[in-house]
Design a binder for this molecule. Structure first.
Ligand code: SF4
Length: 237
C-alpha cells in the first residue's frame, strides 16, 4: 500500500519518535481546495501536532509540517534524515491541509529540512484559506516564497543566507554552539529590522557549557532574549 493510501486509510502517523499521533480518518470541514492547492505536491518527512518549543511562540499549540530537502549541511543537525527529499513521500497541498485540520491548533509551522527549497505559495495560500496562521522556520538560504504571518530566520554558518530574508524576518534565532557565535549573532542582528525579535538559543548537546555565556550576553544586551528547546525538556516532539 502506498503512502497516500495509508493516509486515506487513517494511518498517517507522525514519524517523530515517541509521539503516538494517529488519525481516525478525514473529518468534515469547510475547506474547499483550490485547483492550485490540489495540483501541487511537496515532500513531507513528518507532520505532527505539538507545542511550539522555541522562540517567540514558545508554548503555543501548533501543527508542524516538516518538509524534506536540505542542502545546508549543519554538522549538529538533529533531522539529517530530512536532507534527501527523494526518500520521503510527496503529498498534495490539499492532503497536507486536510491532515492539519484534524487538530485544534491553528498555527501551522512549516519547517524542514530547508522549506524554502520549495515554492511555498500554494501551501500558504491553502493554509490561510483553511484558517491557519502561517509560520516558517528557515535558514534563509533559498528565495523566499509563500505568504507568511511569521518568519523565523535561523542563519547557519554552513551556508550564507540571501539578503532578502533580513527585512522579511519577524524573528532572528541564532543557535549558539561556541563563543564566536555570539559575535556572529550581532552581525545578523545588524541587518534585520528594529521590530525583529532577537533570540539566542544554546545548541542542545552543548547547552550546559553554552548556557552561562548566553545568559551573560542577554543580561548585558537586553535586545536579545533566550530561546530554549522547551519541547525537549517536556519530552514532546
Ligand atoms: S538547515 Fe536545518 S535541516 Fe538543514 S542541516 Fe541545518 S539544522 Fe539541519
Amino acid at each position: 500500500m502506498g503512502f497516500l493510501n495509508s493516509v486515506l486509510c487513517g494511518l498517517f502517523v507522525s514519524t517523530r519518535s515517541g509521539y503516538p499521533l494517529r488519525n481516525a480518518g478525514f473529518t468534515a470541514h469547510h475547506y474547499s481546495p483550490s485547483f492550485a492547492a490540489m495540483s501541487r505536491s511537496l515532500p513531507v518527512m513528518e507532520a505532527f501536532h505539538t507545542l511550539q518549543g522555541e522562540g517567540l511562540f514558545t508554548g503555543r499549540s501548533a501543527y508542524f509540517i516538516r518538509l524534506a530537502g536540505c542542502d545546508v549541511g549543519c554538522s549538529w543537525c538533529d533531522v539529517k534524515e530530512s536532507w534527501d527529499a527523494s526518500k520521503h513521500p510527496h503529498l498534495t497541498v490539499d492532503t497536507i491541509v486536510e491532515e492539519a485540520l484534524k487538530y485544534p491548533a491553528r498555527i501551522a509551522v512549516v519547517t524542514g529540512g530547508e522549506p524554502l527549497m520549495h515554492d511555498l505559495g500554494p501551501l500558504t495560500a491553502a493554509l490561510r484559506e483553511a484558517g491557519f496562521r502561517t509560520h516558517i522556520e528557515t535558514s534563509g538560504t533559498h528565495p523566499l516564497s509563500g505568504d507568511w504571518h511569521h518568519i523565523c530566520f535561523s542563519p547557519k554558518k554552513f551556508k550564507a543566507a540571501l539578503s532578502e530574508i533580513y527585512p522579511a524576518a519577524h524573528e532572528l534565532k541564532v543557535i549558539v554552539v561556541n563563543k564566536h557565535d555570539l559575535q556572529w549573532a550581532e552581525e545578523h542582528a545588524a541587518k534585520v529590522t528594529a521590530e525583529c525579535h532577537l533570540f539566542l538559543q544554546p545548541e542542545w548537546d552543548k547547552r550546559d557549557a553554552i548556557m552561562p555565556m548566553v545568559v551573560e550576553r542577554v543580561l548585558a544586551e537586553p535586545r536579545w532574549k533566550v530561546s530554549l528547546q522547551t519541547h525537549k525538556y517536556m519530552n514532546i516532539p
